[in-house]
Design a protein around this ligand. Structure first.
Ligand code: ZN
Length: 138
């Protein structure tokens, strides 16, 4: 299900996120494609098109997350929700290594970074370059 987000709302969401993906922290200025507005709780699951349910997301995180709210994670696997940028603090769940790899600190972080594929090889290389150039804070 797709819905048109008004330009003014999109600008507000992007500004609130400092123009970075609220999941993997990629800055929009470093991407080849414009970012998306993600429904944290998808319309399919009853989520609303309201500021408290919207996040600024790069196309890869948005595509990988889709309408999902969580996944099976851990050993033994258990249902684990995804990181929610409206209620969680990024640094409570993740940190970035100098190598460019995002590391999880929590089960929520692990479920999110695995399912959204934060550390696919090109992303790690790009993140490392952004760290070295000072565009991305550690
Ligand atoms: Zn992302």
């Amino acid at each position: 299900m797709s819905i048109k987000i008004p330009d003014s709302l999109r600008r507000e969401i992007a500004s609130r996120a400092a123009f970075c993906c609220e999941y993997c922290r990629l800055p929009e200025q470093a991407a080849f494609f414009s970012f998306h507005v993600d429904h944290i709780i998808s319309l399919r699951h009853g989520g609303k098109t309201e500021l408290d349910n919207l996040a600024f997301a790069c196309p890869i995180c948005n595509r990988n997350k889709g309408t999902d709210l969580g996944t099976l994670s851990g050993n033994p696997p258990k249902l684990t929700r995804f990181f929610n940028p409206r209620i969680d603090h990024w640094s409570d769940h993740f940190y970035i290594e100098q190598t460019g790899e995002i590391i999880s600190k929590t089960e929520v972080g692990e479920a999110t970074l695995t399912f959204l594929d934060f550390n696919y090889p090109d992303a790690v290389i790009e993140r490392k370059k952004l760290l070295l150039s000072g565009v991305l804070p550690v």
